[in-house]
Write a protein that binds this ligand. Sequence first.
Ligand SMILES: CC(C)=CCC/C(C)=C/CC/C(C)=C/COP(=O)(O)OP(=O)(O)O
Length: 289
Amino acid sequence: MGTYEEPTACRTTASWTVRVGGLAGACHPGPVVAVTALMAALALTTGQGAARCALTTAAVVTGQLSVGWCNDAFDARRDIATGRRGKPVVDGTVGVTQVWVAAYAALALCVPLSFGCGLRAGVAHLAGVAAAWAYDLRLKSTVWSWAPYAVGFAALPAFVTLGLPGQPWPAWWLVTAGALLGVGAHLGDVLPDIRGDLATGVRGWPQRLGPDGARLLLPVPLVTASAVLALGPAGPPGRWGVAALAVAGLVAVAGTALGRRRARAAFAAAVAVAVVDVALLLLRGTGIT
Ligand SMILES: CC(C)=CCC/C(C)=C/CC/C(C)=C/COP(=O)(O)OP(=O)(O)O
């Protein structure tokens, strides 16, 4: 990274606004917006006050930005070498050094913002962010590529509950469902890129399973997460729990079937199941500790 040379186009022609646009594109904006919005909604519905909710949201967005930028900066050399489409560092709208600076700046902001929600909450969130950086820098190309997703997505709801008055631990089923959703998100995210990844030597867990293996496995963590959310809390699941489980099962199986021809369908199904699960969580509101 230290000796990396910026593409000439970036050094000479990119204006300030183009670079900001490039940075926005390099942060993985979809996941950043989705995760931040979901955590803000969870913080609100679980009873965090307005100020704490704003702090939680700021910590989550800076953490997600740091992870997204780190990912594109670290992968830049390979992405440029292979002429990968859709990456701002490849088309020269932002420089690799600028993306690294943004990643470290966001991380530097994330630390005090996370601890601003309390010591335990801060440790929980930063453990998830550290796991995600480990994915970017090393684990993405190993059989353990699923683990940072499991840790990161389990840490997020724990960050929200530990930031509540009294710092309650999250319920076991909440952490378990988060980890399962993370594993499903990893499978769904990588699925459309598996062939290209294998061609460039990226051999994480989904790539080792292959396109068909990853596609067939995808519904398992997603539907298990829905089942844990519906059946984990004490008492009967209620009509929302039953409905969420049924919808999640149908969507996940449909995504797997359609994904045979269009890998993006499997990814879209993964996102839809995650939305159903989070909707169930938000309907539960205060009962998640
Ligand atoms: C709490 C928390 C921070 C949780 C998140 C967990 C986690 C491991 C996130 C990684 C997100 C990311 C930048 C994926 C890009 O993957 P890729 O390199 O396979 O995709 P790409 O090649 O398309 O950029």
